[in-house]
Write a protein that binds this ligand. Sequence first.
Ligand code: PBG
Length: 306
Amino acid sequence: MSEILRIATRKSRLALWQAEHVRDRLQNEWGVQVELVPLSTRGDEILDRSLSKVGGKGLFVKELEVALELGEADLAVHSLKDVPMALPDAFALACVMEREDPRDAFVSPGFAKLDDLPQGAKVGTSSLRRASQLKARRPDLEILPLRGNLDTRLRKLDEGGFDAIVLAAAGLKRLELGERIRSHFALDELIPCAGQGALGIEVRAGDHALRERLASLAHQPTWLACAAEREVSRRLGGSCSMPLAAHAQWQGSALFLNVALGAPEGEQGALLRAQVSGPAADQAAAEALGARAAQALLDQGAQLPA
Ligand SMILES: NCc1[nH]cc(CCC(=O)O)c1CC(=O)O
């Protein structure tokens, strides 16, 4: 077979690692030839500005979709947490792969963990989700914006100006930067965002044969957990301009879904939290759990975006 599959990817080191990871699996497990098609996305170009104000997460995904649409690539590999809840009809999420460590990591030259930070310490993160949960635990902290890819953020920490920064453990581990992690936040202490640590593969919706074949890369427990998490975002109209956290963990055949929602940007207010659990044998059951968690937040007064 002379078939060549092409993977559209962003050019950041993490995006390339993730695309190479999928390439290697396809080559090893299917014996096909796979090429990477690296693209720069508008998301990367405007990373130094406020993403939440220019159009949100979808930007990371959009240019890769254009390459799929034009037939320049057959698959797009994404960090699932950057994939919008609703894809355009022409595209489909063919599979979600086994999740890496979903936790957030505490990175600091001088301190081993959050509780060790002195009063008023400066913590870098531009994630509203991380900021609202950190503030709920430590109202004294000064949260400062920190953007850019992982290498850029670590460089900014090394240049001074922050006592600590918070990053996804998965990205650091994939880039062999795990030694920068001083400690991991517990999953109920700094709840991750929906899909954190998981990879999703997007294809043209009409590529039925490829969609079926990609089922061999899917990890069903990860997919069901992420389906529950993503349903919370979908119900609450979640975007990265919303400080929403949703993380589901398996205990036997039951899924435990932890969610938190901070006050809207610039406003004061308590962090809302909820936990729901139940069996989740299929996607519908997982999404029903997500819907229950979203309703629990709404019952506590969560505001849907206008
Ligand atoms: N928001 C950007 C982004 N998208 C995916 C990852 C890391 C990998 C992952 O969480 O799956 C990161 C970095 C971070 O949040 O620190």
